[in-house]
Design a binder for this molecule. Structure first.
Ligand code: COA
Length: 390
């Protein structure tokens, strides 16, 4: 029996702090008028104290699980698409897995810039269709504000923080993710990149002094790439799904720049209202932009059961990706009985306690073993020869 990957839950999170164009005009030589006319952005959300990519991803994931009526122990895999992980290693997905108490789930991060969420959707739907997994959580989460040089007006006005998530589940009913495409052109890597902090240019006092840990972008070539690739990827994914552009009720494009979205609509010869936009309130939230936009489109009642959608993104890499989706969920979502919400709340409290206990036991274990490792360093406990080759 053929298996289909349906989106059965969705959720988003945006930090409370809002940064307006006027706020920015007090920080750099820019104006509300310039930002609005060149990008369409009016405000963006910026993380507050204690907020990170993992904490925002967790909040979006919890909201998506609530809609899906799925408990964390049912999740087989967690993919976090991000360009701004909590740590270079381990994966932010592991932090989300731990905080959710998703004890059965594998977890990894996916680095495909702003296309990351659609890449994640493509990978997850493939694993579901192949029968490898039944339930996968795909999150797009970003704290881009920490990689921004707040004195560079060419980049600081564009980006914002946030997270969005979906739950994908296997079903034998046709629908869900019908087709996807992923593409890359690494010759454009330096058009949008963070020069230092990787093995090519490890972080040092010098790289920090030169600001090489901040995002660098060449706006014009990225713009040209975007207006070319968005219509191409949209057409290709429709072709693969056996749909025409007229079959698509709503496009959910990456929310980078209103002019890019309008130019894509013109190139596809579709009315601008079939392109969903919310970038005026969020700016470019990178891998989080498409899932946040998807949530808002659903919550605005713009997506009905049976509708066809195209999710299409581009970003650092350079990368691009698109997915054609047939929506299969009702809106509004039926309200859950109170006890389900309570159970969920209790589950998350248990997950926190579990995480704390495991971390404490690990610390105690390390303390107990310390004297032995000291002995070994002094030559008192030499490993056997065959052990050392293991
Ligand atoms: N405020 C005021 N002026 C600004 C400015 C700002 N925030 N940022 C740039 N400028 C100036 C430039 O210095 C330039 O001045 P100059 O003509 O004296 O040199 C002028 O505005 C025009 O710059 P330009 O780069 O041609 O503007 P643009 O119309 O191409 O718009 C972007 C700039 C960044 C908005 C646009 O190129 C863009 O959106 N590119 C794609 C970026 C993107 O999507 N990145 C994320 C990919 S996931």
């Amino acid at each position: 029996m053929k298996r289909y990957a349906h989106i059965i839950g969705w959720g988003k999170y945006a930090p409370e702090n809002v940064l307006t164009n006027d706020d920015l005009s007090r920080m750099v030589d820019t104006s509300d008028e310039w930002i609005r006319t060149r990008t369409g952005i009016q405000t963006r959300h910026i993380v507050g104290e204690g907020e990170t990519t993992a904490t925002m991803g967790l909040r979006a994931a919890q909201a998506a699980l609530e809609v899906a009526n799925v408990t964390p122990d049912q999740i087989d895999l967690i993919i976090v698409a991000t360009a701004s992980p909590d740590y270079p290693t381990p994966a932010t997905a592991c932090l989300v897995q731990d905080a959710l108490g998703a004890t059965r789930a594998g977890a990894f991060d996916l680095a495909a810039g702003c296309s990351g969420f659609v890449y994640g959707l493509s990978v997850a739907s493939g694993l579901i269709e192949a029968g490898t997994y039944d339930t996968i959580l795909v999150i797009g989460a970003e704290t881009i504000s920490h990689a921004i040089d707040w004195s560079d007006r060419g980049t600081c006005v564009l980006f914002g923080d946030g997270a969005g998530a979906v739950v994908l589940q296997a079903s034998e009913s046709p629908g869900g993710v019908l087709a996807s495409v992923m593409g890359a052109d690494g010759s454009g890597a330096e058009l949008l990149y963070v020069p230092a902090g990787g093995c090519r240019r490890p972080t040092s006092a010098d790289t920090v002094a030169q600001g090489l840990h901040f995002l660098r972008m060449e706006g014009r070539p990225v713009f040209r790439f975007a207006v070319n690739i968005m219509p191409r990827a949209s057409r290709l994914v429709c072709e693969r799904a056996g749909l025409s552009l007229d079959d698509i009720e709503l496009f959910i494009p990456h929310q980078a720049n209103e002019r890019i979205i309008q130019a894509s609509a013109r190139a596809l010869k579709i009315p601008a209202e079939r392109m969903f936009t919310n970038l005026e309130r969020y700016g470019n939230t990178s891998a989080a932009s498409i899932p946040i936009a998807l949530c808002e489109a659903v919550e605005a009642g713009l997506i009905r059961r049976g509708d066809h959608l195209v999710l299409v993104g581009f970003g650092a890499g350079l990368t691009w990706a698109a997915a054609a989706v047939q929506w299969s969920m009702p809106w509004p979502v039926p309200t859950r009985p109170w006890w389900r919400t309570t159970l969920r709340w209790l589950y998350y409290r248990w997950a926190s306690l579990r995480s704390w206990t495991l971390r404490t036991l690990r610390r105690m274990d390390t303390q107990i073993r310390k004297p032995f490792s000291h002995d070994a360093e002094n030559g008192d406990q030499q490993p056997h020869k065959e052990d050392s080759t293991k």
